[in-house]
Design a protein around this ligand. Sequence first.
Ligand code: GLU
Length: 310
Amino acid sequence: MTDHPCKQGERPESRPVYRGRFAPSPTGDLHFGSMVAAVGSYLDAKANNGEWIVRIEDVDITRCTPESAVSILGTLEKFGFEWDGPIVYQSGRTELYQDYFDRLKGKGMVYGCSCSRKALAANPKGIDGAPLYLGRCRNGIASGGSVRSWRLRVPDAEVGFVDRIQGFQSQQLLRDVGDFVIRRADGLFAYQFAVVVDDIEQGITDVIRGADLLDSTPRQIWLYQCLDQPPPSYAHLPLAVNASHEKLSKQTKAAPVAGLDPVPLLKTVLSFLGIQLTAEDCSLEEFWKLAISNWDIEKVYKKHDIESLI
Ligand code: GLU
């Protein structure tokens, strides 16, 4: 898995078609951080003559609201993004996830786990800060226990990839994460699983997103392998954080961008990423033309996080 011939900044030449996406979770309004992911994914797709789709990641119906989805789409429209094809909502794709889940189960790659969060809380922390799963139910659940969640077996091997911005990355999944949940105790499919199924089904070739998801990528690449599919090319943009180094989010009270003037905000997003546009006054249409022709992923700051500019 560590044998990736392409260099940092390059897309594999074997991918002539480009299909990118922006996949927001509708848990609040778009803020500066989500706008960075929207702009980066859009410009990379357009600069590569690609398609760009929008997928509403509302698989976790306990956290998402239809009002947030409406607000996000309205803001994207106001800021001049033009997406291809219909918007896909994860909440309407349970049957598809079930089908992929059954395939993995049929191959013996998934097993039922009876451990509660509480039972795992004292485990050492994994690479993403959550308790490591040490394989308690790997060979069957203890008698008297019942299945709560479903986990994917991970290999005792390195899973690596070359990120177009952040360079070579790798994890030893068993040591760094452990077998991970793909179907939760409440019956919902987990983000890690739904995102891979959707990216496969939608023919996504290029994933450009925030560096908060860098840690998740080896798990997702492993899922591609289990499903016998080639993974996309990845580029993780610097994450916008607040002065306390927390990711901008609804929880950290990030300000919505919907009410702001689009062109100045979009220019600020680009300069946050490391790309300066010289044009003073321009229309939204002119901005996008200029931004597409000036997009160069090699210029994007190779940092995991940067303090937000608004
Ligand atoms: N839905 C995720 C989020 O809003 C992004 C998923 C992805 O880009 O893979 O953080």
